[in-house]
Design a protein around this ligand. Sequence first.
Ligand code: SF4
Ligand code: SF4
Length: 341
Amino acid sequence: MKYILPKHELNSLLERWSVGHAVLAPQKVGAYTEFLPFGAQSELCLEEPHNTRFPPKALFFPQSEAILKYKRNTGQLENIEVEPEKRIIFGIRPCDAKAVALLDTVFAEGENQDPFWLARRAETLLIGLGCHEPCATCFCTSADSGPFNTEGLDALLTDLGSEYMVELLSERAAGLFDGLAHASPAQQKSAQTAQTAAEHAMPKAFELEGLKEKLDRVFDEEIWTQLAQSCLGCGVCTFLCPTCFCFDLVDETQRDTRVRNWDTCMYRVYSLEASAHNPRPTRKERTRQRLMHKYSYWWDHAGKLGCTGCGRCVRYCPVGLDIRAMIRKAGAYESEVLHAN
Ligand code: SF4
Ligand code: SF4
């Protein structure tokens, strides 16, 4: 089902949704955009050519969260239950919705399902906004996705100038657009044209076909030392990545609480073992882990690429390390060596 939403009616639609849902939408905070609760005074920021700086995974998997209470004296344990309100995340970009769907394979499937993630996912609808002018750091079309990819979304909006075309993608979102006019064939064609133009405007960042096998073959090569040379090990690329999910558990004994905090494989202590052995002792191994996890191990774990091409790690790395160039170099390394020999 496809509808037309005039832009001047957007705020009143979000107000209508606010009765019964918490509505979160991108808004400016200083120099950056964040998902914040929508209210009467909200000024939405929907025109940026890229997503929010902080990834929406934080709305399901917070950066720091208490998960268990205990009493050391009695050995008593008390589970912490989450009772999330119904939410609509409006204006999420396709790369980030896809990232949420990817993280479902980690937190919502298999034998170790995460009750916190499951509870929040069950109560949340994702209403996406396609990217009609992706910025230079985005590379979703090279990463098995695209600026109008629908994976993980309940509905997708395409900007047609003075209106949006809304494509309904799930039954759960069916009532949200009641009362809107249906999109005419001409409006649907305009949306299709805008989507195709956006996809075609994005240059190819690397060849995905055969990349996993190439990376697997250069696991032991020196290329990783070169790639890691200017890395500071700050972890920004992983904390802001919408698909990174490493965490650490800490017992805060002052308040008898077990807390889960985001962690990163880019830190030396992340892989430091109690024996003092560290299987990833230098930035070479840690950089290799970051890239191999996204571009090789995710295929083993979920049959999917673990990068959505959102471009955050490219935009925010303080020394300008660009994962696209790193992947190109690592992928080409084998043939360079063969050629040289
Ligand atoms: S953001 Fe850049 S410098 Fe920081 S850990 Fe990642 S690649 Fe290294
Ligand atoms: S690796 Fe970089 S481009 Fe890929 S999903 Fe993570 S932050 Fe985005």
